[in-house]
Design a protein around this ligand. Structure first.
Ligand code: SF4
Length: 212
């Protein structure tokens, strides 16, 4: 049984799967409280669903990609079985997690997106370093950058753990907090091997707010 906040069909806004039509399964509950969190509604709200009911809803959309997100999906033990079943059914599955909970049981067919929290996220030191053992070439490690200090920290963390050679490292500007151009220039200046990404869904769905 899983507590599910929402299941919806949209465009993937991040990672190397950006742009693909994707079914998102958002689980309820998070152990962190990031300053920039845009899914606070997922902390407590949700309904109990068994895996079959979740699959039924996913299958009602004609999508190949499924993203399991939160909240923190790994707080619920049945998330592991759900992801395995989705892989068995032929879906391309990704998991968005803060890496504060163990990824040891995640099916190797799942693309793990580790959202490592920076000092200015409001949830520093939440990443479980033991999760670095489960990194493979498909893993993507994301840092949401809120400041110059965050950028320096992310770069040091990535170099210290040799991440640039092991997987894809993504730097994303904290939406509305720092300028996209500032981050682009800093990445170039520092000769970083990180890949910059923008949270595309925010530019699509918030475009009206910017008068576009
Ligand atoms: S980990 Fe994600 S859901 Fe949890 S507080 Fe941070 S941004 Fe929000």
């Amino acid at each position: 049984m899983l507590k599910i906040n929402e299941i919806f069909f949209s465009i993937q806004g991040e990672t190397s799967y950006v742009g693909f039509p994707t079914v998102f399964i958002r689980t309820t509950g998070c152990n962190l409280r990031c300053t920039y969190c845009d899914t606070k509604y997922s902390y407590f709200e949700g309904v109990l669903m068994d895996v079959e009911k979740v699959l039924e809803k996913v299958q009602s959309y004609k999508a190949r990609h499924v993203c399991v997100t939160g909240g923190e999906p790994l707080l619920q033990k049945d998330t592991i079985g759900l992801m395995k079943t989705l892989c068995d059914l032929g879906y391309i599955v990704s998991l968005e997690t803060s890496g504060s909970k163990s990824c040891s049981e995640v099916d190797p067919r799942v693309k793990i997106i580790l959202d490592v929290k920076t000092p200015d996220s409001g949830a520093p030191n939440s990443f479980d370093l033991a999760n670095l053992k489960y990194i493979n070439e498909s893993t993507e490690i994301k840092f949401v950058i809120c400041s110059a200090d965050d950028l320096l920290w992310a770069e040091n963390f990535s170099r210290q753990h040799d991440l640039f050679k092991k997987c894809q490292v993504l730097y994303s500007p904290s939406y509305g907090k720092i300028k996209e151009r500032w981050l682009a220039e800093k990445i170039l200046e520092s000769s970083s091997s990180a890949r910059m990404q923008l949270q595309m869904h925010k530019y699509i769905w918030h475009a009206e707010m910017r008068g576009v």
